[in-house]
Design a protein around this ligand. Structure first.
Ligand SMILES: Cc1ncc(COP(=O)(O)O)c(C=O)c1O
Length: 383
């Protein structure tokens, strides 16, 4: 039985071209960019070139006295931790911290921790269409608001957030804004300067790069403190010996996927539409969650009201289809999705929701096979 992998928001297959770059960079060996000898100096040079490349690919400001910064991290979770803890930690006095109710746990759990530390944590409501409630955000913002963290696009529904409006509201109150772009990069246009956010998180393994590397892009002048201590690397903001091959692989990943972004998006949109139309053709009562909003092209969050999502996911797994219930990083979880609950969706819609997430390596044949499999398993599961 061939496996059909429709769980690409959890992680993606590494692109062969990225794999080759990673391996050849690893084979160079003996490369500590902090060493003063020539091997160290070479690798420092390569790392700093890579940093500039990544910054440029994401639309950071690279020249003059107002350069933005790229901090290489181990991935999205660390970038989000650094953004929230680091930016809040840079303020001498605690204030208000606002996040949305649909953030990844690497934002929500950190925010809860900061609340225990005295921060006034406020959660913005989410509308049933998957976007945050801008009116509610407006009512929460005050002159004590230090940081607002709202993701660019959601990992479960793919719904893209109205970031320009969010940024405008935050700027009116002098609040800094961080955005988790882990699912968005490579699947929609992401330009750091145009977005106007102060910090942006990304992760390589969501776009066919290696797991274990990501970045936090930080606007020039944005106050931030480290969360780890004990070294001077990356200006002391993320100490520890820099693993040169990983940023190099991240940079190659971005180069490959941003260069062909429009074609990739078009391909994903075709697959998304084929899957959604196929599902709705067979099951007219199915609900495509977030369909009223602009969504990422790789995500299909679909609910079959009356069906148990966990049973469906397991039946699909037995049939060789990998998908998920709940959030990307809790693929084995049987708890109802906090994102769908935050959207205020009816209980039967939440209970029956699963997520298919596609990649450019998927094919229309696979989409059709999944629709066929659904047509076989769903009637057996419907209550
Ligand atoms: C929106 C979002 N943010 C952050 C993360 C965490 O990224 P990483 O797995 O690189 O730590 C994920 C992972 O699923 C995600 O979907």
């Amino acid at each position: 039985m061939e496996t059909i992998y429709f769980d690409n928001n959890a992680t993606t297959l590494m692109d062969d071209r990225v794999f080759k770059i990673l391996v050849s960079s690893l084979q160079l060996g003996l490369k500590n960019p902090a060493s003063q000898h020539q091997l160290g100096r070479q690798s420092r040079k390569q790392l700093e070139i890579t940093r500039k490349l990544v910054e440029g690919l994401l639309g950071g400001q690279r020249q003059g006295s107002a350069e933005d910064r790229v901090v290489f991290t181990s991935g999205g979770t660390e970038s989000n931790n650094l953004a929230l803890q680091g930016i809040c930690g840079a303020f001498p006095q605690r204030g208000r911290l606002i996040i949305s109710g649909i953030e990844h746990p690497s934002v929500t759990v950190v925010a809860e921790m900061l609340k225990k530390d005295g921060w006034d944590l406020q959660i913005v409501d989410t509308l049933p269409n998957g976007q945050i409630n801008l009116g509610h955000l407006g009512s929460l913002l005050n002159d004590k608001t230090r940081l607002v963290s709202v993701m660019l696009a959601n990992n479960e529904t793919g719904v893209i957030q109205p970031i320009a409006d969010i940024v405008a509201q935050c700027k009116n109150h002098g609040a800094l804004i961080h955005s988790d772009a882990v699912q968005a990069v490579g699947k929609m246009a992401v330009d750091f300067q145009q977005l106007g956010v102060d910090a942006l998180s990304l992760s390589a393994h969501k776009i066919h790069g290696p797991v274990g590397v990501g970045a936090l892009l930080i606007k020039n002048g944005c106050p931030i403190t480290p969360v780890l201590y004990g070294g001077f690397q990356q200006n002391g903001l993320r100490p520890g010996t820099e693993a040169c091959p990983l940023p190099v692989a991240l940079s190659k990943t971005l180069e490959l996927y941003l260069d062909h972004q429009d074609a990739n998006i078009a391909r994903l949109l075709e697959l998304q539409l084929r899957l959604e139309n196929g599902v709705l053709g067979l099951f007219p009562t199915a609900v495509i969650i977030g369909h009223e909003s602009q969504r990422l092209p790789q995500t299909v969050c679909v609910s079959f009201p009356g069906v148990d999502r966990q049973a469906l996911m397991m039946a699909l797994d037995v049939a060789g289809v990998c998908c998920s219930t709940g959030s990307a990083c809790a693929s084995g979880s049987s708890e109802a999705s906090p994102v769908l609950i935050a959207m205020g969706l009816p209980e039967d819609v939440v209970e029956g929701a699963i997520r298919f997430s596609l990649s450019i390596f998927n094919t229309p044949v696979e989409v059709d096979a999944v629709i066929d499999i659904l047509s076989e398993v769903l009637p057996l599961l419907a209550e």
